[in-house]
Write a protein that binds this ligand. Structure first.
Ligand code: GLN
Length: 201
């Protein structure tokens, strides 16, 4: 926070739609740090892992020596919000990953990559998310994962009409299958920033 009162929020900028997240976070009053190197983790009060391609993010984070420091930061309570590929990165268990694909973990869930198949590659729908208030969230899914199972340490925040879970929370970690950063609905980012502000205090 550096005395300015504005939280310093990192956006993992290896790959994916990190610019969209940065714009939403700035709009909410955060100072944004693009994170590409381990040293940058020392500057931040929270981190967003964007949508993109989780297998590429996984490889790049290991190549750049970020994966282990990120795991340590998550274990020590850094607030982290992952959307889509970012949710996959935060999941403890992954189905349909590419050969050798790893995750950072932290969320006690099993996610299924590309769960909607080619027919329903991308779609939009309104979802009730009680923690964000009565107004439904317009959710955009792009080659999205689904949360196949939620372990005892994590909590489902939202599900599709058929019951499949698409948003989860566990302490300072938050993950959504969909992309609030592209819709103009800032409530998920605001909810996340509350975690960041509470921890940074
Ligand atoms: N299918 C992508 C993956 O496996 C996720 C897509 C997205 O982030 N929009 O990482």
């Amino acid at each position: 926070m550096a005395g300015s009162g504005a939280p310093q929020v990192g956006v993992l900028a290896l790959q994916g739609d990190f610019r969209e997240h940065a714009a939403v976070l700035r709009g909410l009053g955060a100072d944004v740090v693009h994170v590409r190197r381990p040293e940058e983790l020392a500057l931040i009060d929270g981190l967003v892992i964007p949508g993109g391609e989780s297998s590429v993010m996984d490889k790049l984070s290991r190549t750049f020596g970020l994966a282990d420091p990120l795991k340590d930061a998550i274990a020590s309570g850094l607030p982290v919000y992952g959307t889509c590929a970012g949710l996959i990165m935060l999941a403890d268990r992954i189905l349909e990953g590419i050969t050798g694909q790893q995750t950072l973990g932290g969320l006690d869930v099993e996610v299924r990559r590309n769960a909607f198949g080619s027919q329903l590659d991308s779609f939009e729908t309104d979802i009730d998310i009680p923690v964000l208030g009565a107004e439904p969230v317009h959710a955009v899914f792009i080659r999205a994962p689904i949360v196949d199972s939620v372990g005892p340490n994590a909590t489902a925040l939202a599900a599709l009409e058929d019951g499949r879970v698409v948003a989860v929370e566990q302490g300072n970690l938050l993950g959504t299958s969909f992309h609030p950063e592209v819709t103009g609905d800032i409530r998920f980012h605001a909810y996340f920033l509350e975690k960041v502000r509470t921890r940074a205090r």
